[in-house]
Every structure is written in C-alpha cells, then in structure tokens.
Design a protein around this ligand. Structure first.
Ligand code: ADP
Ligand code: MG
Length: 680
C-alpha cells in the first residue's frame, strides 16, 4: 500500500516501533510531520573531487573500495580500514566502531563517499565517511546534506533514510499560496520548495526554496494580522467626543510642557476615539519618554463623558505607582476622586468596596493588575482599556478584559520594548503603531560605564559615597541562586557577599521572582520608602518601577543580558534631579563585546534594539515578548524587504475580495495564527 501524508511513520521501511518512539519525541508521528520537519543546517558535500586533488576538510568522492578489513584494537575499540580508488589514485578510509562495515562493502561496486579528509597517525585518510551506492539521488553523500535536530538514538541519517521514501509524496504536495501570489512574487512551487529543503539540488536552489518558505510564513502571518485588523475595525465601538477646552486645561496645568512627540500621539488617539470603530493602537516609547501622561490624556475624554477607563499593569507595584501618578495628574482638574485601585493584595472588604464603587461608577478610572480580569468586576461603562507594557499580557487575558465590557472598548497599548519597524509590522500587524521617539528635554543623562571584576573595590567605594549622600542603589543579577553550569553572578550570592563584606553597615534587601507576590511587593515598597540602601535583585524590577532616589544601577554579569533589557534596567535610575550611574560589571576580564560597548555610547533604545537584532537575531527582542506560537522557522524578522512585500500582497489579496476559503491549506494556518496574534 502506498504511503499517504497521514500514514503513521511506522509504514515507512526501516521505521519500527523503537524508532517511531524516538521520532515521536521530536513531534513526528505521521509522514506529514516528517516532511514538515525542517533541517537545522546543511553540510555541503556536493562537490565530487578526484582522489588526486583531495584537500583537507569535508570531501566527497566516487570510488571503488578494496581491502576492507576490520579488527579490534584496544579495549573493545574496533577499526575498519579500506582503500578507495578512482582512476586518479587511492586513499585510505577509516571507520571507528562500525564492525559490520567491511562485510557490507562489495568489491566492484561504485560508491559515493563523503567525510572528512584529515591527517591521522601521520597519514591522510577519510575518517568515518558516509557511503552509499552511486545513484541519481544520493541521500547521505555527494550532495548538500541536511542535518536535523536529533535526539538520543535517532540521527539525521535515519531521518534522511525515512524522508527518501517520501519523495514522490513531497512532489505531489498541494500548493498553499494563491496562484496569483506565487506568480506575482515569482516563487518556486510549495512542493518543489519542500523537496529542495530536504534534498537540495544546489545551494542556489536551496536559497530559492528557503525564500519561498519564508515568504509563506510571513504572508500567512500578515494575512492573519490583517484579517484580525479588519475584524476589529468592523466591530462597533463608542464614539468619544473630543472636548477641546478640557484638553487645554489639562495641558495648562501640567508641571511641564508636552514634547512634540507626545502631542502628536495624543492627537492621533483623540482622532481614533471619535470613530465608531474600536481603536487598537500601540504606543512604543523608550523608558522615560512619558507614556503615562499620554495615557492619562487619552482617558480624559471618556472620563469627562461619564464612561470608564481601565488601566492594566503587569505588576502590583506598577499599578500602585500608576494610580498615584494619575491621581496627581488629574488633581488640578478635580477629576482625581474617580481614580481607584484594584489589585490582588487588597483585603476582602476593600475589594468588595472597590467592586461596588466600580459598578456604580464612583470609580471611573480603574487601575489594576490581573485582578482586573480575574475578578467578577462589572465594567459595563468601560470605554477605554490602557495596557501598560503590553507584551506582558497574553492574548487570552486581553480578550477576557474586553468581554467584561459587553462591547468592544478602545484599546491603547503602551510598551517600552523598542521594536524596529519591520518587527512591529509583523508582530503587531493588527495594531496602529505610534512611535514616541523623543524624550523630554533637560532629562539627566545616565552615565554608563563598563567594569571588569578587578575594579570592583573602587566601584564599591563610589557606590558607598552615593549611599553616604543619601542615595540608593540597585544591583541586578542574571540568576537567583548559584549555578554550576553558568559563570554568572546570582542574586543570593551577591546579597550574602555584600551583606557580610564591604556593605556590612548598609541596609540591603533581596528581591527575586521566586518570592511570593506579597513579599515582593513589601520589599519593593520598603526600598521605595528608603528602608534599604541597596536592593539586590533579578530582573523582576525591570519594568517601569519608579524610585527617584535611586541613582546607581549595577548590573552583574552584564554580558548575559540583552541590550534592550539593560537599557530598560538603567532607565530605573536618573529619574530625579540627581544624576544616574549605570555600571555594567562583566563576569571576567576579557574585553567587552561590541554589544556591551554599544550601551556605553548610545542611549537610544531603538538603536540598541536594532543592533541587538543585527547581532543576536530576533530572539533577543522577540524572546522577551509573549509571542505564543509565532516562531518563524525560516523567515528572518530582519528581512524588511520580504516582510513589506508579503504584507502588501496579503493586503491586496484581502482587497481583491476573493473568497479566501477556497485556499483551505493557507486558511488552516492563518486561522491558527489569528488565534495567537494579538487581540483576536
Ligand atoms: P514611561 O514612558 O517610561 O512610562 P513616564 O510616563 O513614567 O515614562 O514618564 C517619566 C517621567 O517623565 C515622569 O516623571 C513624567 O512626569 C515625566 N514627563 C513626562 N512627560 C514629560 C515632559 N513632556 N517633560 C518633562 N517631563 C515629562
Ligand atoms: Mg511607564
């Protein structure tokens, strides 16, 4: 019986129960899963050489094999040796621990051999070559050989052997993209692309195949987010009037002047709010760029017209700080009474009172954490949701919050994770993105200095002097507790060292992610209240916390952090009239990398994010975000040309009004993606 895509892998020759179990570990159960298992990398053995022109390194030859002989050398070690010859010469072959090898070699047969040509015992030989009979479609030799992610007892060799039996099936794989797109973008067919992925004809063909598959990924992702966007836009929302005098009064009473960037974005938001389509806007602004006041101004309009606004923050500390800040911002207008806090740690009676006040709209500006969505809060007058540090929230949570309103509220997301445009378009395709790329002027600069371990004593002197002046210091470590595997500072170890050593006369706190939420909250509050001089922590303090009296940020094992992350961390200091200092302590005395040095010279979060993207790949930024199943297997998020083209073509397809349901395969993928991209 012929195999089909949904056949279990055990129907393939050579795949028994044992091998099937190993394949299952890699998520491969059916023939389709196997075909869909993309290689991790390739080894190029495609150049056949004659024996007289072999050069050290990976080589492929076509030869006959003679004098194959196996023997045991010391303690169970087995060696097979043989001579390969073509009409230009001969060369020795050596296999280790493959006792079956010599019996399987036939004298007059032509073979392909691929392996490493190297010096062993003063003689050149090819060690452990892969070998197979000459054919039109070699699998393990004489071609560009794919290497797959393996697991114990399962090698790429076995995966290749299984895939070889699927070639006819691969050739018949259906097209995924609409034919118009394939034509317009000049793509290879899907079947040919998959075939070339596993059996590349040449490196050029492999590149074209990879381009095709990358295009498919970005196209599907774009289509998903554009369809989501369309769906959101088709929902009805409340049209919130713009009250000019109110906006003017608010601005007049601010203790500072808005930056041009802030004004521009607030204006965009006011335009959005007046529409009957729900706003879905993301404001991307570096730490300290002043997003809170933007959100507060957005809230003004619904509040003044008897609607409610909810602001959701990722931590209780932040929610409390926001409540305080916003309370103060609204005070001059007499609108501060309507601000209320709803967080997990409130006492039962306080919570009940808050619920009641929200229900009867005494509280109009509700500020909270997850508690906002977890509890049965009646928010039927909710017109606007502000989500701070939006990447910290999952799609499901946002959906829950929206469902509480009974209608589609306007959504404003704020993030300090600077994402380059191309990345934002792919990841947040359904949002309108506003970039706040200007910081308020006369902001104290944060001086960033790289330190090596031998300068620690002098550094401690400097920190001690700051503490003498009444200032406070953050010390951030990449780990909670010591790890043998990693040469990096842990928070617990650093805390002990500081407490028993140099800083024994100072008050030191320890904060990390494993502590209970209430304890974390209490420790952070103690630091804000200056009950500690030094707070040793992990990156739990990363987002948004405001301790104006803290002027020192010491980052231990700085090379372990992403640039965007360090940039966020140093944004915690220099938030008052006192200058801020950020010290990047390296784990060893090796010269710092280009990445780390970039932090010394640049204070621009967007630039640093792009650099990170360049040097470390999207994972560096992408990894810090909730991205669900959005991993791209082939496409690079830095390929802005491909992204722009795929996105335009996706938009054109939607605009063409074609019935998308006819593209069944495509829509299966797209619907999965729609569920994991934002706000669906
Ligand atoms: P973030 O964008 O990181 O959330 P915040 O909203 O917390 O930044 O603002 C950081 C600080 O800058 C706050 O103390 C805020 O009052 C102040 N601020 C905001 N806008 C301006 C401005 N236009 N001029 C001066 N200070 C400002
Ligand atoms: Mg903020």
């Amino acid at each position: 019986m012929a195999i089909a895509l949904d056949s279990p892998v055990t129907e393939l020759k050579g795949v028994g129960e044992a091998l099937a179990k190993k394949l299952a570990i890699l998520g491969i159960k059916t023939v389709y899963d196997l075909i869909d298992y993309y290689p991790r990398r390739y080894e190029d053995y495609s150049n056949l050489t004659t024996i007289n022109s072999l050069k050290p390194g990976p080589v492929s030859i076509q030869a006959k094999i003679n004098h194959a002989k196996g023997r045991y050398v010391r303690r169970g070690m087995h060696i097979t040796e043989a001579i390969a010859s073509d009409n230009t010469g001969s060369i020795k072959l050596v296999w280790f621990n493959q006792p079956y090898r010599s019996a399987s070699l036939k004298a007059s047969q032509e073979y392909y051999l691929s392996g490493n040509f190297e010096l062993r015992n003063q003689r050149f030989s090819i060690t452990n070559p892969s070998i197979e009979m000459v054919s039109d479609m070699p699998v393990n030799t004489a071609r560009i050989i794919p290497v797959y992610k393996e697991t114990k007892g399962l090698s790429s060799y076995q995966i290749r052997g299984a895939l070889k039996q699927c070639i006819d099936l691969i050739k018949k794989l259906p097209e995924i993209l609409p034919p118009t797109i394939t034509k317009k973008a000049k793509l290879m067919t899907h079947a040919e692309a998959i075939l070339n992925l596993h059996f590349p004809k040449s490196s050029d063909d492999l590149a074209i195949a990879r381009h095709r598959l990358a295009y498919e990924e970005v196209f599907s992702l774009s289509l998903a987010s554009l369809l989501n966007k369309q769906e959101i836009k088709s929902e009805k929302s409340l049209s919130i009037d713009f009250l000019q005098q109110l906006a003017k009064d608010f601005v007049d009473k601010l203790p500072f002047q808005l930056t041009a960037g802030q004004r521009k974005i607030i204006w965009q938001i006011y335009l959005d709010l007046q529409k009957t389509q729900p706003m879905n806007r993301l404001v991307e602004g570096d730490v300290g760029s002043g997003k809170t006041v933007v959100a507060t101004m957005a809230a003004l309009m619904p509040l003044a017209q008897d609607w409610q606004v909810a602001l959701m923050a990722p931590t209780e500390i932040l929610a409390r700080q926001h409540a305080e800040t916003i309370h103060n911002l609204l005070k001059p207008l007499g609108m501060h009474q309507s601000v209320g806090l709803l967080v997990g740690s409130l006492k039962k009676s306080q919570k009940e009172a808050a619920h009641e006040a929200i229900k009867n709209a005494e509280i109009k500006f509700i500020i909270g954490t997850h508690a906002l969505i977890q509890e049965a809060v009646d928010m039927h007058k909710l017109a606007l949701i502000v989500i701070d540090e939006q990447h910290r929230f999952g799609v499901k949570q946002r959906k829950q919050l929206m469902s509480k309103a009974g209608h589609m509220p306007h959504v404003l997301s704020l993030t300090a994770t600077p994402i380059p445009r191309s990345l934002a378009l792919t990841l947040y395709g359904e949002m309108d993105v506003s970039i706040l790329d200007e910081k308020p002027k006369n902001r104290a600069v944060i001086e960033t200095t790289i330190k090596s371990p031998n300068s620690r004593p002098a550094l401690y002197d400097e920190i001690d002097q700051e503490i003498d002046k009444g200032r406070q210091a953050f010390v951030v470590c990449p780990l909670i507790s010591e790890s043998e595997a990693l040469n990096a500072k842990s928070a617990e170890e650093t805390f002990q060292e500081m407490k028993k050593g140099y800083f024994k006369n100072r008050r030191i706190g320890l904060l990390h992610g494993k502590l209970k939420a209430e304890l974390k909250q209490a420790i952070m509050q103690d630091f804000i209240d200056h009950k500690f001089d030094i707070l040793v922590s992990t990156t739990v303090i990363e987002v948004g916390v405001d301790v104006p009296n803290a002027t020192v940020m010491l980052i231990e094992s700085a090379e372990r952090f992403g640039l965007a992350q360090i940039h966020q961390l140093r944004g915690r200091v220099g938030r008052s009239e006192h200058p801020g200092y950020c010290y990047l302590m390296l784990s060893d005395s090796k010269p710092p990398s280009r990445r780390i040095r970039a932090l010394e010279s640049s204070n621009d979060g967007f630039k640093l994010a792009e650099l990170d993207l360049d040097i470390r790949g999207p994972g560096a930024i992408y990894g810090t975000m909730q991205h669900g199943q959005l991993d791209l297997r082939i496409a690079s998020l830095t390929d802005s040309k491909l992204i722009a083209e795929a996105r335009n073509n996706a938009q054109e397809l939607i605009d063409s009004g074609e019935n998308l349901l006819q593209y069944k395969e495509l829509m299966k993928t797209v619907n999965k993606l729609r569920a994991v991209t934002n706000l669906n």
